[in-house]
Ligand binder design. Sequence first.
Ligand SMILES: [Zn+2]
Ligand SMILES: [Zn+2]
Length: 707
Amino acid sequence: DKAAVCKELRSMVQDAHAALADLRSRNAEEAFRKALVLLETSPAKRSQELGLSTLDVLLLLYGRALALTEIGQLEELVEAQTLLEKIKSFEERTFQCLVFYAVGKVFLRENRFSLALAQFSDSLQTVKNKITPGKLTWPLTKEIVKETQPEYLTEVLEQAIELCKFPPIPDAICRLEKCLVPLKAEIYLTDPDFKGYIRICCCESCILEYHTACWKSLKTAFSDKNEKDFLKESCFTPDCFGKICKIQLFRPTGLLKCEFVAAISKPLIPKKPKLNQKCSSPRKLKSKEEHKLTRKQHKLSFQEKQAINDEILQQMEDPATHSQQKVPFVSSVSSAWRLYRDPVLLQTSQNVELLREEKCLHVSDLAAALRPWLELDSSRGNHVAERMLNLQQEPLATLRQAVDLLLERKNRVWARVLIHLLSDCEDMNPKLSRWVIQLNNAGLNAARSFIERHAEHLEQLDLSFLLNFGPLQDAIIEKFGTRTELFSSSVTVTEHLKQAPPHDMRLFIWTLEEHRDKYLTCHQILDDYFDFSDGHCSVIKKSENENKSPMKSRGRKKKAKEPRAYYVFPGTRASTPADEQDLFEDDSLSFLHPGDPFSVPSHLREEVADFEEQYNSRRHGGHYKMILDNNPDPTKESLYDYFALILEEHGPLEAEDPLLSGELVNFPAVAQLKMQEAGGFESFLLESLRFIKIGSHVGLMKHAMCL
Ligand SMILES: [Zn+2]
Ligand SMILES: [Zn+2]
């Protein structure tokens, strides 16, 4: 009967792989399962009698795991993971590349892109190391298992890696601070556990989304009001004065279940009248006409470009082409931003390749430095923190695993601890080193001004609770001797902080952030610190009592005492007659550092006025510019400001476009040198995160963010 069993098994395997190739995953799963059952129920060592090797058995398990993943429901995915663990336990090293690949596919099916990426990368590396099982056929058949062909596997892995690096934009992002869904805050309709979500819009254009479960828990805080009753309530965004004007509930099918809308009249913001230059002489009038004409021509070419951009956008939105195409860079940047919502996390994710290769920092050092933070998070039930804690015990753990977990958890403080540790490392990749040191110093400077600025506010809070946190306790008590001495002394925590070294100030802010639920009045200042102060090195230095909003600073006359300098290019030197002065009197250039010897050339001033109008109409748009200022050199920043103005006006341009680079020959030597150092004009621009390459054009990141 050996022949009969053999025949039965062969036909099962044939059914199984045919169904798998056909994407009839339930059929495939069933056939693989039956084949495995047949082997198990037969007398001992049956597989050997039938001429099956260990690899053959592994292939059957692997095939079933793939079929389960393809089915993609919660239960099946759990089952697939169990099977893959079982395959791992065989410790067949040539099979590991397939295991990594299959585990990656499970994560991918769950839309956990950073975890999937790590698995796919490991698989690819193993294939590159030539540790593969060699070409195999499905047991008892002549059909080749495609993934055992290195070229094929390499190709699918490279595609998968690309997808994970630039994941699609989530359909929604849960805003509950401690999101209850264990896997992730990003919501995709394709999530295996997708159960619908709610979207709340306010009249100031905030959009807040929540998992259905997270919303239910949030609602209990409002004594379980009906959704409809939230209309016209204050927006949940801390600094927003808007009222909730729309609530949409989405079903588990992704379809709109119901929608509540309320009409809310917004207070009108008076629009500032546009300033026109007064022209007196006929000569001037003529040159102005000519100027208008050239601008019209530029506008025309801009419209053409716009049409091309629209086309690209449409292609991106077309779901049929979307799934196969590589996601364009533009959308990947904005999706990364939406994913991390924090400048340091975003930059870490952008440097993740370099970080993964970095040898100077050992994972156990990182885990040790993070330990108190991880324990805190883990004590609140977070599993990622637990997994990171376990890394310290695993002798084979890599920095890369830690960085991936860190990015998965998206913890702002952990990312900054990583940067701090790296800034102490020697022999690091120079590019990485520059970035890390710059970011670390920016954090320390921001911490100092945070304490200075908010000392009064902090003084009113009971901060003693924070001293229970080990690292802060150590730092502060070190200065005082003992805990009782600290509490019996008349010096308050805040007073102590004011004299503390910047490292301690920063540690305090981090501790405050990790205990923010206890300090409700600090949410805004903490968000300002993490969103806008420490993650970049801005050249915008405004004095403390100056209002941050460009809207409100408009129209205020510049103080006569402030020095004002002009950036006049040789060759375009122009006098500034009295009738042109009013533009300058209006503080139009408030976004430039007042101490910099730069100003906008006269022929661009009208365009600047237009730009200002746009700039002010989108009040928050300016924040992106601040976040993206990763470069502290004031000369460079002023040049970037100048080119940003041009791109703002004309949209993306080729670097050689005379509109953009026509004036370069007239630039001061110091500016020329900076560009040479960067390896040319285009690379100079791209060194700043404000600019990105769109096809053959250079554009503003801000535009990409708006996509
Ligand atoms: Zn949630
Ligand atoms: Zn709002």
